[in-house]
Design a protein around this ligand. Structure first.
Ligand code: UDP
Length: 312
């Protein structure tokens, strides 16, 4: 197949490209490098079958030749980033999704939207099932991401229903692994960098808020299975292993052997109190479930951050 990955130079996009290339497909990676980095595509930049196009998907996407799949992963994705870039975040979720869907329609390609657990907002239903409509503050600081992704889901379903585009929607829960940006502001890169440099770990609030973290290779496998399936309704892909942020911080201290202390800082506005995917749909419809245990995934990621820090 010939596959377009928008957001190819990002954390998830780059792992996806690598996996599609390994399966023998031709991949066109597109990115405007706003939050992505060429460093991420470096390992396969010269691979036969890979080409890179620097382009902002909020602008019309002109691409020669046939396409089988269009995978839309372009967006700032950490709370820190979308607070710094609120307009770009809204534009790529809205206009970027529209352009990517338009391209899929023109080429007769299957389309995937990378959606998010943020569509559930600060959830009143726990764990979150796909039929929960969410609790989102549209005018809060996180609204720029949450509402953009909610709009993107609505746009995707409209292209599916009105234009007959063959669409998929993956709702991605917290994911971590190699190639996350050290200073992207998210909990795992922050705690790992702090632990490895002897800085205090900054836990926001009292650390009792929960998240459920999945390792990148599990997500990539889930996305592949979803694309190969006929499931056009949204599917949660995440690891149901839930923990508090304080537990996560302590785990990272233990795994890294760090003597850093833990300090508490103010909780960001609208920070969800709990988050855990219900993966019944993914299990039953895709035969998918996470394979990488959290400690194992954190160990691999720590090793990568350690090597990165040693080089800088
Ligand atoms: N968090 C934290 N310290 C940090 C960064 C994040 O305690 O240095 C908390 C954040 O407030 C949230 C959780 O960790 O409760 C996960 O945050 P992240 O930014 O990784 O992703 P989110 O799930 O909020 O999108």
């Amino acid at each position: 197949m010939r596959i377009l990955v928008a957001g190819a130079a990002g954390f998830i996009g780059s792992h996806l490209c690598e996996s599609l290339l390994a399966r023998g497909h031709e991949v066109v990676g597109m990115d405007n490098l706003l939050t992505g980095a060429l460093d991420n595509v470096e390992p396969f930049l010269a691979a036969p079958g890979f080409s890179f196009v620097r382009h902002d998907v909020t602008e019309f996407i002109a691409l020669e030749g046939p396409l089988d799949w269009v995978l839309h992963f372009a967006s700032p994705a950490s709370p820190h980033d979308y607070l710094e870039m609120p307009i770009q975040t809204l534009k790529v979720g809205a206009l970027g999704t529209h352009k990517a869907l338009g391209l899929a329609k023109t080429k007769g390609a299957r389309f995937l939207l990378a959606s998010t657990s943020e569509v559930y907002g600060d959830p009143l239903v726990h764990p979150q099932r796909e039929d929960y409509w969410g609790n989102v503050n549209p005018i809060g600081p996180r609204g720029v991401y949450d509402e953009a992704k909610r709009f993107a889901e609505a746009m995707t379903m409209a292209y599916h229903r009105y234009h007959g585009v063959d669409t998929r929607i993956v709702r991605i829960f917290n994911t971590y692994g190699e190639r996350m940006r050290r200073h992207d502001g998210r909990a795992i890169p922050a705690f790992m960098t702090q632990a490895l440099t002897g800085e205090p770990l900054t836990v926001y609030g009292d650390g009792s808020q929960t998240r459920s973290f999945q390792y990148i290779s599990d997500l990539v496998e889930g996305i592949w299975r979803l694309m190969e399936s006929r499931v056009t309704d949204p599917v949660n892909i995440g690891n149901p292993h839930e923990m508090t942020l304080l537990e996560l911080a302590k785990k990272i201290l233990r795994l890294s052997g760090s003597a850093s202390e833990i300090v508490f800082e103010p909780l960001p506005v609208d920070d969800p109190k709990v988050r855990q995917p219900d993966i019944t749909r993914a299990r039953s419809l895709l035969g998918w479930e996470p394979r990488v245990d959290v400690e194992e995934g954190l160990r691999r990621t720590l090793a990568w951050f350690r090597a990165r820090l040693a080089r800088s």
